[in-house]
Design a protein around this ligand. Structure first.
Ligand code: PLP
Length: 374
């Protein structure tokens, strides 16, 4: 895999070396169960506390507002189902039509249980309008869940404004920040959100570990019953090694957030300049306020799936905005929601650049992309 170029950082990221080193002792030597009272578990318990403090400080939360989960999907399930099951009065949820399936399928699942869900439209840039949200809120709305940054087109939502609007109706606000944490500065106190989901493998931590921020006092039912871990709210022996690695990776990314963004934005420019010089007919999707590294491109009259496979043959991993089944090519729900014309939507690919990508790699990406399109 030495010369293979990985440009699908929105799907996952490379584990940071320091994060890998940080997790090793807890797998090999200090493998105690943090719940046990004896000396051997002392370091596991201390590591768990330190990791919680580190993560809390990266998003300006308090230590006891961070709950470890197995991934972003679990955090999203917990926020939506847990808040529904905790409130007998307010049934309704409001979300957007461009959420990740970890939200959309969770909403579909509570709908089957009788909890109504409203799916808000977005504009051409993928933005949820604050006024539209307001029009759909009632005193029966329990939760608004709007993602911080979209995984396909990168659009960053006006979270503070949306959250303030929800609070005017006494409604809780959750944000799926899986694409945003570690990539843009986040201050949960300034934003005012009640819950925030995150996943380590999107910010150079390991796969299979995440967290949910829950503001103190937020009504939330536990979904996983068992032992008393995570303040009795999420049972199961803690994955100390991965939690430590997640905290290490997040701290590193947050400390380097500005320099990473500068580097990644300069890589984005290489792609856009290369495409502009080529004269190819394309659209860059999303709003100008987008997550660093997201370059969602739609090529008129082309086939995104075919572009992906040709790029793969050239040793470059990117993603697409459509998925082929055996009969049809399906345009993603996000591209449908932004009303992208079908002749562009079918030719959509997502390049997502990360801090480890180089200028040389990015030049290769755009050179090969132009060759394939032409
Ligand atoms: N939410 C968003 C916006 C995502 O992009 C993803 C993963 O792609 C998830 C949730 C799911 O996270 P995980 O892979 O940790 O379950």
């Amino acid at each position: 895999m030495k010369d293979y170029i990985f440009a699908d950082n929105a799907a996952t990221t490379k584990l940071d070396n320091d994060a890998f080193e940080a997790m090793k002792p807890y797998l090999l030597d200090e493998y105690g169960n943090a719940s046990q009272p004896y000396f051997f578990s002392k370091s596991a318990k201390a590591a768990l506390k330190a990791a919680r403090q580190t993560i809390a400080s990266c998003i300006n939360a308090d230590e006891d507002e961070i709950y470890f989960t197995s991934c972003g999907t679990e955090s999203n399930n917990w926020a939506i189902k847990g808040s529904a099951f905790a409130d007998a009065e307010k049934h309704a949820t409001v979300t957007s039509s461009i959420e990740h399936h970890a939200i959309l399928n969770t909403c579909a699942s509570i709908e089957k249980l009788g909890y109504p869900v409203v799916y808000l439209p977005v504009d051409y840039y993928g933005i949820v309008n604050v006024k539209t949200l307001e029009e759909h809120l009632t005193n029966k709305t329990r939760l608004v869940s709007i993602m911080m940054a979209n995984n396909e087109i990168g659009t960053i939502q006006p979270i503070k404004e949306l959250c303030d609007t929800a609070h005017k109706f006494g409604t809780l606000f959750h944000t799926d920040a899986v694409q945003a944490v570690g990539h843009i500065p986040i201050d949960v106190k300034k934003l005012g959100v009640d819950m925030l989901s995150s996943s380590a493998h999107k910010f150079n931590g390991p796969k299979g570990i995440g967290f949910l921020y829950v503001k103190k006092g937020t009504p939330l039912a536990s979904l996983i019953d068992g032992g008393a871990q995570e303040h009795g709210m999420r049972a199961g022996t803690e994955n100390i090694a991965s939690i430590v690695a997640m905290a290490t990776a997040l701290k590193i990314n947050c400390e380097q957030i500005e320099e990473n963004e500068k580097h990644i934005r300069s890589l984005e420019k290489i792609i856009i300049d290369g495409l502009n010089e080529s004269g190819i007919d394309y659209i860059r999707n999303g709003s100008n306020n987008r997550i660093p590294g997201n370059v969602s491109l739609s090529f008129k009259g082309k086939d995104g799936e075919a572009i992906l496979h040709r790029m793969d043959l050239m040793g470059i991993a990117i993603s697409t905005g459509s998925a082929c089944d055996s009969v049809n090519t399906q345009i993603s729900h996000v591209l449908k929601a932004i009303n992208l014309h079908e002749e562009y939507a079918l030719g959509t690919v997502r390049i997502s650049l990360g801090k480890d990508n180089t200028e040389e790699e990015t030049e290769k990406i755009v050179k090969n992309l132009v060759k394939i399109i032409k």
